[in-house]
Design a binder for this molecule. Sequence first.
Ligand code: F6P
Length: 346
Amino acid sequence: MHIGILTGGGDCPGLNAVIRAVVRKAEKLNYRVTGIRNGWKGILENTTMELNRDSVSGILHRGGTILGTSRTNPYKMPDGEARVKQWFTDNAVDALIAIGGEDTLGVAAKLHLAGLKVIGVPKTIDNDLAGTDFTFGFDTSVNIAMEAIDRLHTTAESHNRIIVAEVMGRHAGWIALYAGLAGGADIILVPEEPFNIDVVCAKLRARHDRGKNFSIVVVSEGAKFETEGDEDGSFVLSSMEKDSFGHVRLGGIGAILATEIERRLGIETRSTVFGHIQRGGSPTAYDRVLGIRYGLHAIELVEAGRFGRMVALQGNKITDIDIADILGKMKYLDPDMYKLADVFTD
Ligand code: F6P
């Protein structure tokens, strides 16, 4: 058995834990593993590396991915699908493990329908993939953001300021909610619930009238104003350029919000964007263990000949679902979970 493995889309902490687990288990089964460089791009360009026990030694604690990643979509290339199929034949690859988010797994699902033997492993710091309770990378991001919020408290308090912290989270507010709750944020704004700026300012005003001299607002990059902004209320400022999966680059809502809060309340307000710091560096123990469990289950599926599956965490059990089941779906915050934050905001 010859397996190809690739990482696609945005990187996240824990990818190397998956790669290492796949390779170590494959070795026990006498399977050969070829690493594909830079996501689907590596198949189109035939850039690969042989993976064995030595090449995955010492990578468990490292962030990013030793394979590299990209947002290349083979279905946007002329003859993309045929070229991928040809690569399987030319390199005598029997099966592919694709580690990625909805875009990467969407390509994997199409390739499975086209007759290739594919297994998906879900990843995203945003934790918004359907079918699995948690994706690895999320816990690390939350811890990074929480620590940053802790640090904002001391500077905000020293200067009597409001600080708006913009965190990642394109469609769902998982990072904002978890980091905001854990970091003791005073207001948490998420994409799932468009916010009213009057209400936000009234809450901040009430808090400062009660004698507090600082506040921390955590906002997801994908959060939306109830009534302002572009047609769906969101601000898309960083770039209007789209990647090959059609996504524009988000960012900038924190700065807009800070300006508006200062203008309305007359309290000095700053904004800060945590950005890619949330995706870098060493994974937490939780993400390493989740990555290991996902990687081992992926290779068990290969061994069992069960292709077209995505590994998943449901409760505390590792299981697998039809890879096509996650497409076009999104795992949003449970509204009851979001309501928890209300207790701490007024
Ligand atoms: O999907 C994960 C994510 O980190 C999002 O939260 C964010 O919007 C996006 O990737 C940023 O992508 P890039 O690194 O390509 O700018």
